[in-house]
Design a protein around this ligand. Structure first.
Ligand code: CP
Length: 324
């Protein structure tokens, strides 16, 4: 038995199985059992970050490469901390300082990095499908750290972890996901995972930011925010992605804030014990009022803390799988 396994004792062997995914690219196809296994392992890692010595030897000798072609604060930092708290060697590469700026292709970049024998590569890229493209063409274990408007699976898992911490279950829980659904990989990843886990998912956006295909995920769509958050247990606000707006989607940000922003009055429509979530980064005063973001119902910083534990769990599970 390795020290990593010993660390996770006690616990039945079935809880310590790998994910059997090869790579983590999307929440689509992730079974409820596999997702819950990630959350359970994350629970066992959660307290590591609260100790005086925030490190366990679980993945000593393994190497993590964080390759980020898009800006990130939470995902990049929490993967780095997750790797280091598992005793991995961690290397960070940003697109702007890589040889991609000299014309090297994404595939050549990954093949070059693969030759240095990492165990896991986390990639963030502006192109939807970039993580799958790499996973299909290389032998490396890939974690999708966010690809374009497509998927951000570890964000959905950390959101599920946060919801379970506060609500203890998913079945029948009413979750409202509101804001810029069109450009949001977080919305897609969360809608799929939360439906798998049995939640009643509602999405709300102005018509121009509400892609019709979202309905195929089995969620209820709303063109106004009020009916979505009425009676909600969880209100998840999404960032207006100014960098992906061409100007034709919204009249003005002020108008969006007035008609769609989550303020204290609108939050009263949700259940009194509803939690408020936001994956970050927030546009304060646009999709969420500052007093709500900082209010008693906000669990936004809990999401950030959960991110480290969930990413530790994903790294550990995928590494077990690679070993097997
Ligand atoms: N939620 C999220 O992905 O945040 P970052 O862009 O800061 O990583």
């Amino acid at each position: 038995m390795s020290e990593g396994e010993a660390f996770l004792e006690p616990g039945p062997a079935s809880e310590r199985q790998a994910l059997n995914l090869g790579s983590l690219l999307t929440t689509r196809g992730l079974s409820g059992d596999a997702a819950l296994r990630v959350l359970d392992i994350a629970e066992s890692f959660f307290d590591v970050s609260r100790r005086a010595v925030r490190k366990v030897p679980a993945l000593r000798g393994k190497t993590l490469l964080n390759v980020f072609f898009e800006a990130s604060t939470r995902t990049r930092t929490s993967f780095e901390l997750a790797g280091k708290r598992l005793s991995m060697d961690v290397v960070n590469l940003s697109g702007s300082s890589s040889s991609s700026t000299k014309g090297e292709t994404l595939l050549d970049t990954i093949r070059t990095l693969e030759a240095m024998r990492p165990d896991v590569v986390v990639i963030r890229h502006a192109a939807s499908g970039a993580a799958a493209y790499i996973a299909e063409r290389s032998g490396v274990t890939v974690i999708n750290g966010g690809d374009g408007t497509h998927q951000h699976p570890t964000q959905a898992l950390l959101d599920a972890f946060t919801i379970r911490k506060h609500k203890q279950h998913f079945a029948g829980l009413r979750v409202a996901i509101c804001g810029d659904i069109l450009h949001s990989r977080v919305a897609r990843s969360n809608a799929i995972l939360l439906k798998t886990l049995g939640a009643d998912v509602h999405v709300a956006a102005p018509l121009t930011l509400l892609p019709p295909e979202v309905e195929t995920l089995g969620v209820t769509m709303h063109k106004r925010i009020e009916p979505a958050i009425e009676g909600a247990d969880v209100v998840m606000m999404l960032r207006i992605q100014r960098e992906r707006l061409s100007g034709t989607f919204l009249p003005t940000l002020r108008e969006f804030s007035r008609t769609f922003g989550l303020n204290a009055a609108r939050l009263k429509l949700a259940k009194p014990d509803a939690i408020v979530m936001h994956p970050g980064p927030m546009n304060r005063g646009v999709e969420i009022a500052p007093d709500v973001a900082d209010g008693a119902q906000s669990v936004i910083l809990d999401q950030v803390e959960a991110g480290v534990a969930v990413r530790m769990a994903v790294l550990w599970l995928l590494s077990q799988e690679r070993r097997n």
